[in-house]
Design a protein around this ligand. Structure first.
Ligand code: C2O
Length: 372
């Protein structure tokens, strides 16, 4: 009989040193969870307007100025929190690292690691993480409407569309608001690729060629803009449109008692491999490793877009639906909220982003959905 992964207080107590990509991970959060653990279930109020997560490249004028200022202030406040505050920038990284590089083990005694990467937990776990991260920023900014917009890296083609509302600007350049070295959203270790304002992101790095145990950095050839746009379209098509079922898009099952697979070609869904891992690699620096990636604030805008693409995949329909397997739906994770309270979140609680209060701006996805 199979059973879902369930994270408990015990799991935190038995956290130990992990490793990923050959690099050690020392990131256990405190072993003893203080206070109660409170079940999370979304409080959806259909009469309340949803917060709209927008495409970063389409913000203009006053809206852009205000958003940039809030984002930079939010990260400055988060970086300034004491390390022992679970909402601090440091601890945000630690919780992702603890869940994402193997320091947590299953059932205390069993020496089975547990990872929310490279299997079917990738999308729902990161949605929980981004949800609470957004709540923390809202709390620090004292603005309940603050929204984590998305880096629309898949949008390559500029179309003039007067007949459809929404955002139709190419989003494949690194967002400039992250490039100001005097601001809290800066990260100096990114590779040169992120610092060339006219270089589009390369979504086509093939994660199946990435050997996480070998750690040889991928080589990114210099494509022309035209070639790069074509390749990005092909990658998006392969990741989203060609993934016609849950197993290919969401990832393969990981249940209690399973051995974590570290080869990305076996159980990771296409939503995780391309363009997600490709974008991590393209930025490089802290983003290169699961141990450190949330220490580059671009992480959260990248993941907001991954969530949007998940939504879009649902909308394409025709068999593109989440797993109905109870071992996925009933899997439980513990994560601190914006009030420093430990919450118990099931996968089934985060599948519809509307119930979490967010929706996504309409953007130009047709450039790759209709790719030929
Ligand atoms: Cu847990 Cu983009 O990774």
């Amino acid at each position: 009989l199979s059973a879902p992964i369930i994270i408990t207080r015990e799991t935190f107590k038995t956290c130990r040193r992990g490793a990923f990509n050959g690099v050690p991970a020392d990131c256990c959060p405190p072993k003893f969870i203080q206070g109660p653990i409170v079940d999370f279930s979304p409080k959806y109020n259909p009469s309340k307007p949803l917060r709209v997560r927008k495409a970063l490249q389409c913000l203009t004028g006053k809206e852009l100025t205000i958003y940039t200022e809030k984002l930079q202030r939010g990260y400055a406040l988060m970086r300034a929190l004491p390390d022992d505050d679970p909402r601090s920038f440091k601890r945000q990284n630690e919780i992702h690292c603890a869940y994402g590089t193997g320091p947590f083990i299953q059932n205390a005694s069993a020496n089975l690691t547990l990872d929310i990467h490279l299997n079917w937990f990738f999308l729902p776990w990161h949605r929980m993480f981004i949800y609470f991260h957004e709540k923390i920023l809202q709390t620090l900014l004292k603005d309940p409407n603050f929204t984590l917009h998305f880096w629309n890296f898949d949008s390559s083609v500029t179309l003039s569309t007067s007949e459809r509302p929404g955002c139709f600007k190419a989003g494949h350049f690194f967002p400039p608001m992250y490039l100001d070295p005097s601001k809290s959203t800066f990260e100096p270790n990114r590779t040169y690729r992120a610092f060339e304002p006219s270089r589009p992101v390369d979504l086509s790095f093939d994660a199946t060629q990435w050997n996480p145990l070998g750690g040889v950095p991928p080589v990114f050839p210099n494509y022309t803009l035209e070639e790069q746009v074509w390749r990005n379209g092909a990658t998006m098509y392969k990741s989203v449109v060609s993934s016609s079922n849950a197993s290919s898009f969401i990832g393969k099952p990981f249940r209690a008692g399973d051995v974590q697979i570290v080869d990305p070609t076996i159980a990771a869904g296409n939503s995780e491999k391309w363009p997600h891992i490709s974008v991590h690699m393209w930025i490089g620096g802290l983003m290169y490793l699961a141990q450190t990636s949330p220490r580059d604030p671009i992480f959260y805008h990248l993941h907001a877009n991954v969530e949007r693409i998940w939504d879009l995949w649902h909308k394409l329909g025709d068999g593109r639906a989440d797993p109905s397997d109870p071992d996925w739906l009933d899997a439980e994770f513990l994560i601190w909220d914006e009030k420093k309270v430990m919450r118990r979140v099931k996968v089934r609680n985060v599948l519809d982003i509307k119930t979490l209060g967010d929706t996504f701006e309409n953007v130009n996805d047709a450039s790759w959905i209709c790719f030929q």
